[in-house]
Design a protein around this ligand. Structure first.
Ligand code: FCB
Length: 411
């Protein structure tokens, strides 16, 4: 791996800090007992020093928009200063910041008054982007949206995430508006810094038929793979989103994102097996099987490192450098965390040897945090957090990651 390879860890603001003004705060009752989650908003210096201890050269984190703009007409500049201070600390540690503008959460006023399926969302989001780009200094790597398809599935198809809608038609309108925002944010960032590196972080999964002998499972897996992994990458190449849901006619939506990508952020966690089941919503049933024998994670996800090679190979068609902006495991077993990391980083190395241009790897996550639908039980951290005392403690996976970074790259 070359010496500019980004070895990092990834976090998101809400998962570490919570926020009294975010849509998720009233969405999940767990947050009423732990409103500040890990209290990173106060303990940030201590947490950032862990990056130094680890020896990473990059850190992906996000801004909590609802803290910055708690009300439609109120901008809290002290919060922007706080995030700027984080960037300064990272610089002093020679750690490259990668900044995510949108990582699932919204100010409550935004999602209530201007949900993504309304065109008015675009202007409101871009006001936020303009503010940030004109005030934040020292960031070269930007992620506009984290996992737009996860927000779409959770917020607009399953209804398990805010805004809690279950409507495929509105889902497509929301997706279109988010992608319009990506394109415009891309231009805003480039106007301020022509050399900036801008992407989205796209959650890609390995998808396979539940039964490979069943043609319906095979057809559904193919459709799911195209929708979940490839419709977005293709839209970056063609300017058109081609979406086909089971039993609905295909939609072809023009989106202004063709070429609006300087690298591509891939988030990869697992493989999912897909079954055709007419009694389920959209006739889709999903499950995880332990086929490789590496076991399942505490969330029941299959550990499948080869899938990372597959999604990287596919994403390489985009013709831009790839960065793994998230990869990690929820487990209380440090040895399992180490094995997961080693196997996935081996997969990255194999991809690079096969000529795929991968420029970075970010482990999710630095410390245990709030894992959306799974609350505080999913232990992704290299550092363990005791949610009663808020003490951080290294797991042996932290020492292993440091060792791995030192042994695989000189930077
Ligand atoms: C990803 C999310 C991230 C985190 C991990 C485990 O899908 O981007 O916030 O929850 O999963």
């Amino acid at each position: 791996m070359n010496k500019n390879f980004l070895w990092g860890v990834a976090t998101s603001a809400f998962q570490l800090e919570g926020s009294p003004h975010a849509d998720w705060s009233s969405w999940d009752s767990i947050l009423s007992q732990n409103p500040e989650v890990t209290n990173h908003y106060t303990l940030y210096k201590e947490d950032l020093s862990l990056l130094k201890e680890l020896g990473v050269n990059a850190y992906r984190f996000s801004l909590e928009w609802s803290r910055i703009q708690p009300k439609e007409n109120i901008w809290d500049t002290s919060v922007v200063d706080h995030y700027q201070e984080i960037i300064e600390i990272l610089k002093s540690y020679h750690v490259e910041p990668m900044l995510t503008l949108h990582h699932f959460t919204h100010p409550l006023w935004f999602i209530t008054k201007y949900p993504w399926h309304e065109d008015s969302a675009v202007e409101k989001f871009l006001e936020y982007v303009e503010r940030i780009v004109s005030s934040i200094k020292g960031v070269s790597y930007w992620i506009t949206f984290n996992e737009p398809y996860v927000l779409l599935l959770g917020g607009y198809l399953e209804g398990c995430m805010p805004p809690g809608i279950k409507d495929p038609g509105l889902a497509l309108k929301a997706l279109k508006n988010m992608l319009v925002c990506h394109a415009k944010a891309y231009d805003i960032i480039h106007k301020a810094d022509p050399a900036a590196m801008v992407s989205v972080s796209h959650n890609m999964a390995a998808l396979a038929p539940w039964s490979r002998w069943n043609p319906l499972d095979r057809a559904l897996a193919k459709m799911a793979k195209y929708f979940y992994n490839h419709s977005l990458t293709d839209a970056f190449l063609t300017g058109y989103l081609k979406i086909k849901f089971p039993f609905r006619k295909e939609s072809l939506i023009e989106v202004p994102i063709k070429g609006k990508l300087d690298f591509f952020g891939v988030n990869y966690y697992t493989r999912v097996h897909v079954r055709f089941n007419p009694f389920r919503k959209m006739a889709v049933e999903l499950r995880h099987l332990d086929i490789d024998g590496y076991g399942l994670t505490d969330l029941g996800w299959e550990i499948h490192p080869y899938g990372l090679e597959k999604v990287l190979r596919y994403a390489s068609h985009l013709g831009v450098p790839l960065i793994i902006t998230e990869n990690g495991i929820a487990t209380r077993n440090a040895q399992k965390k180490i094995d997961f990391m080693r196997r996935h980083i081996d997969a990255v190395e194999r991809s690079i040897k096969k000529g795929i241009d991968v420029r970075g790897y970010f482990y999710w996550s630095l410390i245990d945090n709030y894992e959306w639908l799974q609350g505080l039980d999913a232990r992704f951290g290299l550092y363990k957090v005791d949610f009663k005392t808020l003490k951080r403690k290294p797991t042996t996976a932290a020492a292993y990651y440091s060792y791995l970074i030192r042994s695989r790259a000189e930077f």
